[in-house]
Design a binder for this molecule. Structure first.
Ligand code: HEC
Ligand code: HEC
Length: 413
């Protein structure tokens, strides 16, 4: 073999080695930029979580003005009006602040006193058959009545609110255009009737507060379209892995499922009691309370003449509901901590550590099982949860106090 031949061979061998190394590197790069494709079954799960799967708002037959635009305008004013309180200083928006997705950034609500639990977001809440962490109300309008009379929240009473609407010319006119002639408050149950209608107007407003499409939804759009470039610009490799854990190994979709990431059901997940308090019994008491609420679906103030209240009549009340809370939507996480029913956990990282350890419940039985995820996986899961943040799909004018509130006393509309 001549030296020239030998040199050629060395050159060729080197080229082959370089080519193999380049190919391997290319493959690695391709693999990390193109993670394992989703199976058909996984794509079906992604689609079920996608905002495009959100059905139209369910009708509320118990509230005849639920979708009445004039009622929503009236409710909008009431929601932001501090005169609807015992002190003249508290409105629904004291605790449900638009800039925090209608929460307050506190462990527990604060007004005249301290609420028993963490303020829930009300974005998308019109989809839920139950209200509150323990589901102790069964409609948006009946829910709205209880903070108004709660001594630590608005601290007023129905008599005072009915008199206030009667005496304010603008409110009285709005009331009459939505509900008909203002009743004589001295007669029969007129006060409670007007009070329930105040709740119905507020509910019509709250039904407008809906979540908008997030980066996660853009990613699912891209997956369904088979558009790899769009998938890459929507989600990082970490976010994809977080999503994979969320619907797979971590089994979060057992409860956080559907386009609002909630099954609207009650579960005990073993969250520790608030320091210094006995554990909260949750749904087992909420189920009893909603059955005895005079403003429930079966009551005299419900507009559903057929009393079609199967949800209420067949509500479960068994011991599995001890310590159970209603699964919150995960589309309302940005800017809404502290988390959990008493704001026990201050960050998403703490929430994920809770699920990873899944301590036994202090009361009843926890359904959460330890996950044994490593630190990197927990970070990926958190990165995925953050992709659900998005502006509301609600016109700006509903997200601030209405201009007319300034003029409500002067009858200048
Ligand atoms: C003092 C603070 C505070 C005020 C004022 C307040 N809320 Fe709340 N709100 C809370 C807290 C705390 C919860 C959760 C309580 C619970 O579940 O036990 C809550 C829950 C709710 C829910 C249920 C959300 C869900 O997902 O279950 C709705 C709806 C709501 N409030 C609407 C209103 C309306 C309407 C008003 C005004 C009439 C109002 N709130 C006034 C603190 C407040
Ligand atoms: C067995 C049902 C169930 C499973 C499984 C589950 N959750 Fe939850 N999740 C809930 C319930 C119920 C709450 C409220 C618990 C409470 O306050 O006591 C909650 C609360 C949360 C919160 C706090 C939200 C807020 O607004 O306060 C986050 C974040 C969360 N879960 C994420 C997850 C993630 C991520 C997983 C998977 C690792 C998961 N959940 C698994 C039912 C579940």
């Amino acid at each position: 073999m001549s030296t020239i031949e030998a040199k050629t061979r060395v050159v060729i061998a080197s080229l082959v080695v370089i080519a193999v190394v380049l190919a391997a590197a290319g493959l690695l790069q391709y693999r990390s930029a193109n993670p394992q494709p989703w199976t058909e079954a996984e794509v079906a799960i992604l689609r079920s979580l996608w905002i495009g799967s959100l059905p139209p708002l369910p009708a509320d037959p118990t509230n005849a003005v639920a979708d009445n635009p004039t009622a929503a305008e009236f409710g909008h004013r009431l929601f932001f009006d501090p005169r609807l309180s015992g002190t003249g200083g508290i409105s629904c928006s004291t605790c449900h602040q638009p800039i925090r997705r209608f929460t307050d950034g506190l462990a527990k609500g604060q007004a005249i006193g301290t609420s028993k639990r963490n303020t829930r977001s009300i974005v998308g809440v019109a989809y839920s058959p139950w209200l509150y962490w323990d589901g102790r109300r069964d409609s948006l309008w009946s829910q709205a009545l209880s903070p108004l009379e709660d001594p630590v929240e608005h601290g007023g009473n129905r008599e005072q609110y009915a008199q206030f609407v009667a005496a304010d010319p603008t409110y009285r006119a709005s009331y009459e255009s939505v509900f008909g002639e203002f009743p004589n408050l001295a007669k029969g149950d007129a006060v409670s009737r007007v009070f329930s209608n105040i709740g119905k107007a507020i509910a019509a407003y709250e039904r407008l507060l809906l979540p908008g499409p997030s980066r996660f939804d853009a990613y699912v759009d891209a997956v369904m379209a088979g558009d790899v470039a769009a998938q890459r610009s929507a989600f990082s490799a970490d976010e994809i892995n977080g999503l994979r854990l969320f619907i797979g190994e971590a089994a979060c979709t057992q409860c956080h499922n559907g386009p609002l990431f909630t099954n609207h059901e009650f579960h005990n997940t073993g969250v520790l009691a608030f320091p210094g308090e006995v554990p909260d019994k949750g749904r087992v008491l909420g189920a009893r309370e909603v059955l005895s609420d005079p403003f429930n679906c079966l009551g005299n103030y419900s507009d559903d003449v057929d009393k079609n209240c199967a949800e209420l009549e067949f509500a479960r009340t068994g011991p599995e509901l001890i310590g159970a809370m209603r699964t919150p939507s995960l589309r309302n996480l940005e800017n809404t901590g502290p988390f959990m029913h008493k704001g026990q956990l201050t960050s998403l990282a703490e929430v994920l550590r809770h699920y990873n350890d899944a301590p036994p419940s202090m009361i009843g039985h926890s359904e959460a099982k330890p996950l044994q995820l490593n630190k990197r996986e927990l970070r990926q899961l958190e990165a995925f949860l953050e992709t659900l943040a998005a502006p509301l799909a609600t016109a700006e004018k509903w997200l601030a106090p209405p201009a007319t509130n300034v003029a409500t006393n002067t009858n200048e509309e």
